[in-house]
Write a protein that binds this ligand. Structure first.
Ligand code: HEM
Ligand code: NAG
Length: 331
């Protein structure tokens, strides 16, 4: 090996050393330029497939954003959510928060197929989820951000993690906050990221209890505006219609904006977990009010919080693998 070569290697060792050590920090060592040389068109390809999918069905933006969340809260952002049943793997798709609810897997498949064609074995499924979440947010009119990249894909799934770590809409404020803190996310992240409910739908079964018998006394939730509740009851009866869909943001159901926070102030949100951001904690109440009055503040913090969520326990370096098919581990 020539002297010049070894000097260059020495230099690159020195310059990568800080990156290696920063892996101990909360950022992992993800960075936006990760595919700049190995797959320069990666982000462009993801964007174009997402764009087509959202043009076909507006709701897909919401569904893709949610996939990133349900991935990151279970053993980190490692695409464990995307694995189907096979061998030892019990798919997270069957968990309580996911079954009959999470969607968009065909779009992720289409992105992966396009990327494997362009640069085989290079772009991880977990990074696809992170980029698709950003593109979906932008397409819906929300904030833009640079997505840190370099995640690798898990070789197993955790259905118990999926059941236990992903907050449920019936959880108390404290339980939901605890579940965010388990991911090293704080109350600001919790309120801000809940703002994702400015787009997308919920099923009748996810909020029926609030319409008829919230606390076991046969009465609707008192923190749900009465005429709105009456309107919801027409398509969400006491029994039946479990899968009927309702917009999470009744004012601008497909636009990513701060109207979700205004709706909370008006007691016109579907989920108990949305309304309690106003009623159970002062810090969170302050934030709801601030975001309701200042869209830019919401957007700026949303970008920060979702990058933070995307940095939860990524597999990097030689950990995990880059799956060829997001639904199964490589042979
Ligand atoms: C704070 C705790 C949270 C709870 C309890 C919660 C719960 C839920 C529930 C129950 C639904 C409706 C599911 C259905 O009826 O099928 C839903 C939908 C959704 N959630 Fe959350 N969520 C939370 C936080 C988040 C976060 C952090 C994000 C994104 C970063 C997010 C993004 C979404 C989106 C976009 C939808 C609509 C999906 C679609 O239309 O396909 N949620 N959530
Ligand atoms: C409301 O729920 C409680 C406890 O789950 C139950 O005992 C009661 O019968 C329910 N009331 C109605 C009117 O459904």
């Amino acid at each position: 090996m020539g002297l010049r070569m070894s000097f260059l290697m020495f230099l690159s060792l020195v310059s990568f050393a800080p990156l290696c050590f920063s892996q101990r920090g909360s950022n992992g060592n993800l960075y936006p330029q990760f595919y700049d040389h190995s797959c320069p068109k990666a982000q462009e390809i993801v964007k174009s497939v997402v764009k087509n999918a959202v043009a076909k069905e507006t709701r897909m933006a919401a569904s893709l954003l949610r996939l990133h969340f349900h991935d990151c809260f279970v053993k980190g952002c490692d695409a464990s959510l995307l694995l189907d049943n096979s061998g030892n793997i019990v798919s997270e798709k069957q968990s309580n928060p996911n079954k009959n609810s999470v969607r968009g897997f065909e779009v992720i498949d289409a992105i992966k197929t396009a990327l494997e064609k362009e640069c085989p074995n290079t772009v991880s499924c977990s990074d696809i989820l992170a980029i698709a979440a950003r593109d979906s947010t932008v397409l819906a009119g929300g904030p833009n951000w640079e997505v840190p990249l370099g995640r690798r894909d898990a070789m197993d799934a955790s259905i118990s993690g999926s059941n236990n770590n992903i907050p449920a809409q019936t959880n108390t404020f404290q339980t939901i906050l605890t579940k965010f803190k388990l991911q090293k996310l704080n109350i600001v992240d919790m309120v801000t990221l809940s703002g994702s409910h400015t787009i997308g739908n919920a099923r009748c079964i996810s909020f029926r209890q609030r319409l008829y018998n919230q606390s076991g006394n046969g009465q609707p939730d008192t923190s749900l505006e009465q005429s709105y509740a009456a309107q919801l009851r027409t398509r969400c009866p006491r029994s039946g219609g479990d899968q009927n869909l309702f917009p999470l943001d009744l004012v601008s159901p497909t636009k990513f904006d701060n109207s979700y926070f205004k709706n909370i102030l008006a007691s016109k949100v579907l989920l108990s977990s949305d309304q309690i951001l106003l009623t159970k904690n002062e810090d969170s109440m302050d934030l709801v009010k601030k975001y309701a009055g200042n869209n830019e503040l919401f957007f700026d913090q949303f970008a920060k919080s979702i990058i933070k969520m995307g940095n939860v326990a990524p597999l990097t370096g030689s950990k995990g693998e880059v799956r060829k098919n997001c639904r199964r581990i490589n042979n």
